[in-house]
Structure formats: C-alpha cells, structure tokens
Design a protein around this ligand. Sequence first.
Ligand SMILES: C[C@H](NC(=O)[C@@H](N)CCCCN)C(=O)O
Length: 424
Amino acid sequence: MHNKQVTIPGWLRWVALVAVSLTMFGSYYMYDSVAYVAKDFIELLGFSQTNIGQLYTMYSIAAVIVLFFSGVFIDKYGTRVSMVLFGAICSLAGFVTAFSDNLTIILIGRFILGFGSEPLIVALTVALAKWFKGKELGFALGINLLIGRGGSYFVDRSNTWASSIYDQGWQPVLYLAAGIGLLCFLGGVIYYFIERWTQKRYVLGKAEETEKLDFKGLFKYSPSFWYVVILCLTFYSAIFPFRGFAPTFYQDAHGVSEQMAGKLNSVLIMATMFATPVIGLLIDKIGRRALMMFIGSIIILPVYLMFAYGNMSLYIPVTLMGISFSLIPAVMWPSVAYIVEESKLGTAYALMTLLQQIGVAAMAWLIGVTNDVSGASATNPEGYIPGMWIFSILGFVGLLFSFLLRRAETGPKGHGLEEPSGSK
Ligand SMILES: C[C@H](NC(=O)[C@@H](N)CCCCN)C(=O)O
C-alpha cells in the first residue's frame, strides 16, 4: 500500500496503549505474587528468609544481564517482535516458578521473569514513544504505570478475591499468577497485530532512542544525573525488597491476618496508582522537581522506624510510604530528560534501571540474610528490627543525595528542574 495516512486515529493509539499495558499488568502481578506465598515457603517448604530475598535478587540479576543487550535487540528486531518474545519469556517464567517445590527451579523461574520483564518494559516504553511522541506521551506513560501497578494491587488483594485458591496452598496461588502472567504473551501478540496493521496503513512514528548501554559516554553526565541515579537506587532498594517481605513482616511482627497484610500492601499501591499521574501533571505546571524529590525523601525517612518501634496504626507509615512512592517516581523518571540531552536519554535510562536493579538485588539478599541472622519470626518479632534499620539508612543516603540535587539545581548550573514544563 503506497499512500499511507500520516495521522493515526486517536482511538487506535489508545487501543495500542491498552494492549501494551496488559503486558505490564501481567508482569507486575507475577513480580509481586511470591510475597504472598513467602510464609508458606518458610513454614511448609523450610525456605529461609535469605531464600525469600533471593527470589527478588534472581529477578534483578537477570535484569542487569539482559539490559546490556536488550536495547540493541529491540533496535534490530523492532518493538512488535520484542514484545511477543519478551512477553512469552515472562509467561513461561510464571509456570516454571509454579510447577515445582524445588528452590533451584523456583529461583530459575524468577530469573526467567527478570530476563523477560525488564526488556519487555523497555520495549513497551519504546513502542509507546512511537505512538505518542509529540502527543500525550507523558500521560500515556502515566496510564501505563497506573495499569502496571494495578497488577500489583490485584495481587495484594488476591488473598481476598481468590481466598478459595489460597485455601488450597501455595502452588495453586502461583499457578493463578502464571495464568494472569499469560497476559504478557497475549498483550504482546495483540500488540504485534495492531502495529503490523497500522504500519500498512499509517506512518507510525519511530522512537529515536532505545535503552541500550554505551559506556563511552558514561562519565560525561553531570553530577545532577548521578544524584538522581543514586536516589533511584536507594529509593527502589528500600521499596521493592520491603514490599517482598512486607506480608510476612506484618503478620509476624504486628500480628495481623494474611488478608490484612495484603490490604496494607494494596493501600500503598492504590495511593500511588492515582497520585502518580496527578503529581506528574502538577509538576509540569509548577516545576520544583528537585524540591519534590527532597520532600519525598524526608517523608519516607521515619517510616521503617515507625514499623519497627511505633505503636500507632500501621496505616500511618503505610500512607507516608505511599505518598513518597507516588511523589518520587512521578518526578524522578521525567527529570532525567531535563538533565541529559535527548541523544543520550536511552543510555541514561538504561543505566539508571541497571543500577536500580543492582541495588534491589543486593538489598533483597541483604535483608533476607539479616532477618535470618537475627532470627526474625513470629516468635521473635524483634529480629526484624535490624532490617528496618538498614532500610532507614538507605532512606538517609537517599535524603542526602536529594539534598545535593536540590542544591545543584538551585545553583547557576541547574538544568531547569525547578521550572515548569516548557520553560527549559
Ligand atoms: C517505573 C518503575 N518501574 C521499575 O522500576 C521497573 N524497572 C521495575 C518494576 C518491577 C515490578 N514492579 C515503578 O514501578 O515505579
């Protein structure tokens, strides 16, 4: 077909967004699903807390490895092939994780998930850039994250809406996750046909950059970029591993039921699902990005010590964490586009995600070991306190770097982080 139309109908772009977001939903659901069988793993299969941490560490190690070449792969084979391939790897991971009670097999399942999920997220970001660049890209990415976090919310509430499956033990719960994880493949296949159909009829934009790594330019980034990257590392290392241990921690240390533990985790996610896009819109209007990251870092600082020592309702620290988990990601990821020139943006995001995953891998393992060494359990809830201190120290380092960022950005060499959108 020779005469391709230039303007893609709006509805088609939103249909593509839904297909892409289905994969994100499935991937986030599977990532968080193991947190809800962790207690069974410990009590029925004899796994240690270190092993629970390793479930997340394996995901992150695979992510670090695959991020080195996924950008080049996506460039070469295109987004639609990449979405199907990485979506299929994610879906496979769910079944590998579920089918055996052998720790090594379960860890291999988590490795496969990381190997599929993180390049899938890169591929879908590139795909959305093709459809929405020059239109509503920020909003589309916000909706995509909202739907992805919907997957986290859905799994947090699964011991309520799928209580009959939970009654049958850990394996049906993981098969349920694997079933929902099929959305990764399904969404990828739907997206494949949408993109192919569209490319025959319309001029579909080409995303300029994929997230591939080019170490040559590494040392040319400004100090502000590194402050953001360190904040990203410390922040997510204090959030993702905590969420992994949280259901067991809430039950062991605070005596809440399994359902209540899921509800507490879900409140955190629900808050972020709606606050993140709203904060994104607000920040576009008022700027003050470095200030917002600094405020987000202050808010999260006391949270883990409240969990460790406080007698207040658990909703208080959970809500504070929810505010921080909305504020920092909503501001941090778009801020990179102000600091780094467009031609290096792909590398910058890949590098940031890679270091984030190294932090998450190390911290998930460290917290598990710490919990084991200090004998954390329902009969020894104090054993969780050292882990909470480690999270707090991370929070303090994050606060320090958000302060340095704010100082740099209010000085003469600022990159416009504190200005509204469009005034850069
Ligand atoms: C945007 C950010 N996502 C990530 O950091 C992903 N690299 C890892 C997602 C892991 C599964 N929840 C976020 O979710 O805030």
